[in-house]
Design a protein around this ligand. Sequence first.
Ligand code: MMA
Ligand code: CA
Length: 278
Amino acid sequence: MANGDNREEFELRMDGLARSDALQTCSVEEGEEGEEGEATSAVPGGKLYRLVAVSFGFLCILQAALNISLRLGLSNTEARCKNLTEEIDNLKRINFAITHNMTQEIEATRYNLTREKDELKRNLTDFEARYKVLTEERDELKRKLTDLVNRLQQGWVYFSGSVYYISSINKNWEESRNDCLQRGADLMIINSKEEQDFAEQVKDRMWIGLTDRETEGMWKWVDGTPLTTSYWASGEPNSFESREEDCVELKYYGTVESWNDRPCDEQILWVCEKKVLP
Ligand code: MMA
Ligand code: CA
C-alpha cells in the first residue's frame, strides 16, 4: 500500500516536473531569444541533447531520492513491525505472568478457604456437642431445682448443700433406710462438725446411716465410706457389753457427743439426707 502510494505520488511529481520543465524551456526560448537566439538556432540538436541529459540526470536523482525514501520508509516500517512484535511478546509475557499469578492466587485462596471451612466444620461440631452437653446439664439442673422445691414444700430442711427429712413414724433401721431410698435419698451421713452440730439440735432419737452389721466393730456409712470422725456419746459404742447393737442413733441433743449404738430391729424415728449441691 505504502509503496503503491509512493509510486503514484512519484508519477504525479514526475508529471508536474515535466510540465514545469517544458514551461521553463518555453520561457527560455522566448526570453533569451534576443541574446542567444543565434546559438540555439545554430545547434538545435545540442540543445535537445542537453535537455534530455538534464532530464535524465534529474530523473536519476529523483530515482535515487525515491530509492532512499523507499528504503527509509521500508526500514521505518520494519522497525515499527519489530517494535510491534516486541510489544506483542511483552504483552504475552505480561499476560502469562498475570494469568500465572492469578492461578496461583486462586489456588492459594481455594486452599485457605478449604482449610477454613474444615475448621469451621470442626468448630460447629464442637459447638453442637457442647451445646448438647450444656442443654443436658441445664435440663438436669432444672430437674434438680424442681425436686428441691418439691422437697422443701414437703417439709425437708436445707443445710449446707443437703436437704434432710425427719420421719414422723417409727421403723427399724432397715425399713428406715428403705424409706429413705424410696424418697431418692439415704439415711443421714455425718461428714463434718457443722453437720453434727446441725443434727444434735433434733430432740428426738433417730436412726442415722451408720452400721457395723457387715463386720463387728467396723463402722461404715451407708455410702460405703468407713467412719473417720465420730461423735459417740460417753461409753458408746458398747455393743459387746450388752446384746448386739449394730446400728447407730442420734440419742442426745444439745451435746456434740450424741451417738449411741443400739439393736437394729428396734423401732424409732429416722433422718434421711439428700445432697442437692456438689
Ligand atoms: C442403754 C445403754 C446404751 C444402749 C441402750 C440399748 C439406754 O441406754 O446401754 O448403750 O445402746 O441401753 O437400749
Ligand atoms: Ca449402745
